[in-house]
Design a protein around this ligand. Sequence first.
Ligand code: URQ
Ligand code: ZN
Ligand code: ZN
Length: 480
Amino acid sequence: MDGLLIRGGTVVNADCARRADVLCAQGVIVDVGENLQAPAGARVLDAGGQLVLPGGIDPHTHMQLPFMGTVAVDDFYSGTAAGLAGGTTCIIDFVIPDPKEPLLAAYRKWRGWAEKAAADYGFHVAVTWWSEQVRADMGTLVEQEGVNSFKHFMAYKNAIMADDETLVNSFRRALELGAMPTVHAENGELVFQLQKQIMEQGISGPEGHPLSRPPAVEAEAAQRAIAIADVLQVPLYVVHVSCAESAEAIARARARGQRVFGEVLAGHLVIDESVYRNPDFAAAAAHVMSPPFREKRHQEALWRSLQAGSLQTTATDHCTFCAPQKGAGRDDFRKIPNGCGGVEERMMVIWDAGVNTGRLTSSEFVAVTSANAARIFNIYPRKGVIAAGSDADLVLWDPEATRTLSAKAQRSRVDYNVFEGRTVTGVPTHTVSQGKVVYARGDLRAERGAGRYVKRPPFAPVFAALGRKARLARPTAVMR
Ligand code: URQ
Ligand code: ZN
Ligand code: ZN
């Protein structure tokens, strides 16, 4: 029998924490309760009083993304392996078609890349252009491929930016299909013009990056996406909310009863914009991502939004480029590939800065690192909870142990760590994926190709297939 009994821990779910053993078999949780017996042949893992958490879900990664003339160095194997070493057992990555590239062709390409994944994964599919074929492909992706979320980049003009025609058509189509539209909210035209203006002023280094993307550029797009979703009565998920203004816009919309969800990156919660003033180009360029790291005051607003429940998930936007790749922008910050790492460090950073400071309880930690992403993207209770019948994705968590985060120690292939030197208290000691111990006290046994593609069902399609008069109706699906 391939069973695993995790004994002597405290199980922490988003709704409650209790002393309980966990029995797993054939990759699923069979029983959760006190004094469980290990069947013959089962492995027994003594949790020794540690916490037992649902495996982390990172709803925002870009493994081996082709972007800005290069390719992210962490692929689906190395990136998911790094995640397992940090307690994350499932990622939701992105299929990003080039403009005019058929969505289904891009989807098949990404599916091929992801076959090497060491942990489970799903895909948001980006809608980067619009046509009747895009409309049809969205239907195929929802009805046949288990995609229930579609991404829209409101930034990256002349590349993957979605204009209002694409946004409105795609949001409407998502509503018909019972899928969630998501947005990267930055006004791409403002970024484009501010970048040009800043270069003309003679500022070409990484310090120009945050200057060209002030909070107002993000807040405008967030508010516009919220307004479009409100008119169309479709839910909305805003990725990497980085500033107080966007978080407040989401809170206002939710207070009006609009179904808007928000995500915050571990990096935006603890790293500020001073990193761009580092005189060392490589160190500053290493932190170039969008939206940029902000002034410290935004961090408190983001933490309070997480505490208040107006932001629901934490992610990393793990999209890693090494120094030689970042060097493409040595004389022009617009050419620095945007992206940073974090998939291994996310849960430790959120625990250390969130739970140890009293901002989050351990159950709220589970909510924002796992359960809420599972609920919003409709894979709960398969993922996001320790309960009979759920996937056996678990983390043994030692709240007293410490680890110093560094590029030297990390599993990612990238050559820097945005959390460099941060010593955290509260670390994963074991990660269990599909009922197997894949990480144990530094010993990572991530298996290439062991990850499974996770289909994510649509929420109840609001109205039947095309042909009926399209009515604007409130989604029937219950989305917490
Ligand atoms: O914008 C994104 O989310 C992708 C392209 C990763 N890069 C980044 O700077 N966030
Ligand atoms: Zn983005
Ligand atoms: Zn991203």
